[in-house]
Design a protein around this ligand. Structure first.
Ligand SMILES: [Zn+2]
Length: 155
């Protein structure tokens, strides 16, 4: 494989460029919660730990396209939780059973998530964006980045 712009051999797959430019940083911070009158640690502080993903500009450029379907499911999860929570709670209260309420909550939430994804595919042009996504993903898998001229070569 050679760069089709400058003929350089110095080319890398987009996935490699993206991996190289992505770093996961662990962050830890300590906070002092006001409600904490009997602290677990000697100083009354709680340690908060998390991670943060950092990407260079180049890695962002070489990132794979995002899956539109998981985004729709993710979007539907929020109203699903609220509506499911509402139905689950009222069912649980009126039937006097926590477990029945929980079952209703789970069923309504997943029903909305997958129903939403289904409606999106069927009526809102979702199938087309999934097709687009597959084409883009395929092109991304065959894309090479030239570190000499910055050009993109598709194999
Ligand atoms: Zn080049």
């Amino acid at each position: 494989m050679l760069c089709k712009h400058c003929g350089s051999e110095n080319i890398k797959r987009f996935s490699v460029v993206c991996d190289e430019g992505t770093s996961v940083e662990s962050i830890s911070a300590s906070s002092k919660p006001v409600w904490n009158t009997k602290p677990f640690s000697p100083f009354g502080k709680q340690k908060v730990k998390g991670t943060r993903t950092l990407k260079t500009e180049l890695a962002k450029r070489c990132s794979p396209p995002s899956d539109p379907e998981s985004f729709v499911v993710y979007l539907a999860a929020f109203p699903g939780m609220i509506i499911g929570g509402y139905f689950g709670l009222s069912a649980g209260v009126s039937w006097g059973s926590f477990w029945l309420g929980l079952i209703v909550f789970v069923v309504v939430m997943f029903g909305l998530m997958f129903g939403g994804a289904f409606a999106w595919r069927k009526f809102l042009g979702g199938n087309k964006s999934i097709q687009n996504y597959r084409v883009n993903l395929n092109a991304w898998q065959r894309s090479w980045y030239c570190s000499k001229c910055g050009g993109t070569t598709i194999s």
